[in-house]
Write a protein that binds this ligand. Sequence first.
Ligand code: IVH
Length: 710
Amino acid sequence: MTKLEEKPVEALSTDEAQLELEQLAQVLADANRAYHTDDSPDLSDADYDRLKRRNLAIEERFPELKLDNSVSEQVGGPLAEGFSKITHAQRMLSLGNAFSDEDVSDFDARIRKYLGLDDTAALSFTAEPKIDGLSLSLRYEIGQLIYAATRGDGEVGENVTANARMIASIPQHLSGAPEILEVRGEVYMSHADFEALNKAQAKSGQKTFANPRNAAAGSLRQLDSEITRSRPLKFFAYAWGVTSAPLAETQFDAIARLKVLGFETNDLTKRCNGPTELVAHYTEIAERRAALGYDIDGVVYKVDDLALQARLGFRSTTPRWAIAHKFPAELAWTRLEAIEIQVGRTGALSPVARLQPVTVGGVVVSNATLHNEDYIAGRDAKGNPIRDGKDIRAGDMVQIYRAGDVIPKVADVDLSKRPEGAEPFLFPKVCPECGSEAVREEGDAVRRCTGGLICPAQAVEKLKHFVSRAAFDIEGLGAKQVEAFYKDEQLPIKEPSDIFTLQTRDAEQLAKLKNRDGWGEKSVTNLFAAIDEKRSISLNRVIFALGLRHVGESAANLLANHYLGWAQFEAAMVEAADENSPAWEELIGIDGVGAVMARSLTSSFAQDQERAAIDRLIAQLNVKDMPKRDMSGSPVAGKTLVFTGTLEKMTRAEAKARAEALGAKVSGSVSAKTDLLIAGPGAGSKAKKAADLGVDTIDEDAWIELIEGA
Ligand code: IVH
């Protein structure tokens, strides 16, 4: 490369600085491409670093000249997988599931209860097929397609704009649309196109796809958009994100509007009045399923009135106003070859059925869950018989049940086909991985290894969970790699904090790493960069990554959004160990946190070894506070509210959710800390106490007026 003329930064004129920044941008971009994309670095690491430092020094002296796409803000050049990331302006959510008619009635009843509607009040829904593809968000500004992003983890997706432009059913321009409009829908491939594609792929000796969904995903996530162009992808629009003006007043009309704007929408979308009509439409769609020509895996129901949708809002990852009614599971019979025990992250001993491979609903299944020891023995947790008390033994013919993407399970056994000499399964009383005692606590269906972190299976599973997508998601450090590092005698990773100290280990061993199978100099550099990139990480991911029992992704989000920062969260978990403390009340007062989860949290923080491992991890990180939502328009942000008496226009649940969404804390009792009491008719002692303490008190109408428009 040409060596740039290097004047001291202090001596540069503005014009020289500008010129040099432009040259540096070019040189560094070329170097990045050579390194990451073409796999042929043309600049030594030392030169690259020197140029990057100089670029930064010039930018610091002339901040106004900093280029929009400055390399100093890029981490390690283009992302390894090749797509840049897009943060969704509005999160892309998933849907709760219904599996039975009863679940559908419950969905209706839940909504009525939340909104305070009685059984006779009208409440209509839309019902439409649930397309089995992958979701995509399209952003249009002033009628132009600006970008297309995959769902990713719901917050951040991949930028697949160039590829989306290749899909015929995605309009590039819209006329008559709101100035800002994010259209959301599903990219999918029809059965006919899928078969033709697989045939062509096989003929040219290329990879074939297992099903249309995989084919659609593989075709959309192509680095070369010319390949995407050659793939027959389609797009159905069924939802939207940010809009500068409402599309319509109802879901049904909003979808009709999207159709007028040029999107394909699903013709089977229907407006239904209540659960009976919903289920009738579900049955009709199920009957037509085989002839549709594309895969669907259920029917989605959405509250039709968009004002009601807005009132209902969201739980942490799913809307309250929509649900997916899944099609029933598929069944098949096969031979159970063996029962094996897997030890999970929390020590649970889970029996797994190893099966003679069998196709269930188009997917080959060779493993299925057997739940727990009672299930194998043919009884439920209370000791009542299940499957008429038939137990399950290695060698049996068993029925496999698979519902959508849920793990298949062993549902039944055919005793007439039981081989002679088949023995009842003896569930182990010690951990098969570490030999520690495995105990079953009163009321727990699961037997657990008591080995804690000395149990290699638990430790490895914790690590795998730690690096998983919704947790730390470290590029190049997946389940396979952490498992290998765990076993590595020289460079072990035994617990999460070890990931972050890897770079500081013995230089000799690190040098050896670079020569090990599959680890070139470059992949080690990339790995360390990827690890460093995740030192700064948001609180919700850290809480989820800890892998505590009962604390899944949505619980972690709830906790993070409640406590906002690590220090507050940690202090609260320690204080809440005392179940008479206000901290405990606060913890279980979070909507979605119950006593069982709360105890799991507090006991982890009270357990010395676990606590020490958490501390070692946190010392390596910069845990980012949760973004404070923009509450500038909220009249109650940061205030503590108490509701009492009867609310007549809104249920307690809605009032609480609305208050919390506006950044208020809702408490059950009045104290000196209360900022505002909202008292409906019949308010008693709380109103009196508020009056005694001089706490402001308003009625429900004043409350509604206060939050209206906020
Ligand atoms: S509505 C806020 N409608 O199902 C709700 N989703 O399990 C947004 N999907 O991530 C989703 N067909 O990828 C909706 N007609 C439909 C759908 C649909 C397929 C997918 C979508 C979503 C997933 C949730």
